[in-house]
Write a protein that binds this ligand. Structure first.
Ligand code: PLP
Length: 321
């Protein structure tokens, strides 16, 4: 296994209100090397790549992609070459660090101007010994990692580690996390529903991806696809100007989260935590579980040996705009 499970569930007492308890699922700690939600997806993806005799992983993402970085960390550790086709995203210090860490890990980075262009570059790299992982690691294999996560949560509830949540509040990016969780909750017969906070575009397509993965996962594990899909309620009002653009609510939520010891990022978790805080404010239900998907492992060790910005290929730096 790449990660360390189960990840803890913890109450966020200072941020709860009478009648509405906020909890957190610490998937920021799936690994002490590089945590977050991509680790669970890579458990099955890299095992599948190995089983097929692949030597090279080819993947795709935004310039500061957590998925690409996680694939770099664990893919390299498992002995794969890693090619990443990267597309532009708004420049933040965090995104630049992720890109520099990719380079330090020896990823072959190929810039592309859009996802359409990226598809062509990916096709050109795919060969007999290569294994393709789509954006965010969100295909059936990757999403099944989040069926496992829902089963893990169910066991924690049964063991009395937390009350059964009415809602899980979680980020909806490429859909694998939400899709897998929805199928897993259906499989476990939990009453929990999912407030899926859309942070990627176009929102309608992202919703379709999540539903499709929820159904595919449900079919694979013998749960009801309709039950899985019904659990997902999407909110898009936290997206702001679009993927990767920080929002004022997100920035406020980041300050609040820091007071409770949680670090957020502007692209994914700040927007989601803002939604979780609003849900508490509205006393949406007695028990809410914010599912923390961002790595909290220090990036410094991954940046030792990374090129300084001044030495990064300008064609790669131009991806951060
Ligand atoms: C990738 C990512 C997500 C989105 O997960 P999907 O399975 O792609 O929807 C959420 N949070 C963080 C921090 C991520 O890196």
């Amino acid at each position: 296994m790449l990660g360390t499970y189960p990840t803890k569930v913890e109450p966020l007492e200072a941020l709860s209100r009478p009648g509405c308890a906020l909890w957190v699922k610490r998937d920021d700690r799936t690994s002490s090397v590089y945590g977050g939600n991509k680790v669970r997806k890579l458990e099955r993806l890299l095992a599948d790549a190995k089983a097929r005799g692949a030597r090279r992983i080819v993947t795709v993402g935004a310039a500061g992609s957590h998925h690409v970085l996680a694939t770099a960390v664990f893919g390299r550790r498992e002995g794969f070459e890693v090619d990443a086709v990267l597309v532009p995203q708004p420049r933040t210090g965090h995104a630049l660090d992720d890109l520099r860490a990719d380079l330090a890990l020896g990823v072959h980075v190929l810039p592309a101007s859009s996802y359409a262009h990226a598809a062509l570059r990916v096709a050109a790299r795919l060969g007999k010994e290569s294994y393709f992982i789509p954006v965010g690691g969100s295909n059936l294999s990757g999403a099944l990692g989040y069926v496992d996560a829902a089963r893990e949560l169910s066991a924690q509830v049964r063991a009395g580690q937390m009350p059964e949540p009415d809602w899980i509040v979680v980020t909806l990016g490429s859909g694998g996390t939400v899709g897998g969780l929805a199928a897993g909750l259906a499989l476990e017969g939990m009453r929990t529903r999912i407030l899926a906070v859309t942070v990627a575009e176009p929102p309608a397509l992202v919703g379709i991806l999540a539903s499709r993965l929820a159904k595919a996962c449900a079919r694979r594990v013998g749960a009801s696809p309709a039950d899985a899909v019904r659990r997902i309620e999407r909110v898009r009002s936290y997206l702001g100007r679009g993927y990767g653009h920080p929002t004022p609510e997100g920035e406020r939520a980041t300050v609040t989260a820091a007071s409770a010891g949680l670090e957020l990022d502007p692209t994914y978790t700040a927007k989601t935590f803002a939604a979780a805080l609003d849900a508490v404010e509205q006393k949406r239900a007695p028990v809410l579980l914010y599912w923390h998907t961002l790595s909290s492992a220090p990036l410094a060790p991954l940046l030792s040996g990374a090129p300084p910005e001044s030495e990064v290929d300008p064609r790669l730096l131009a991806l951060l705009r």
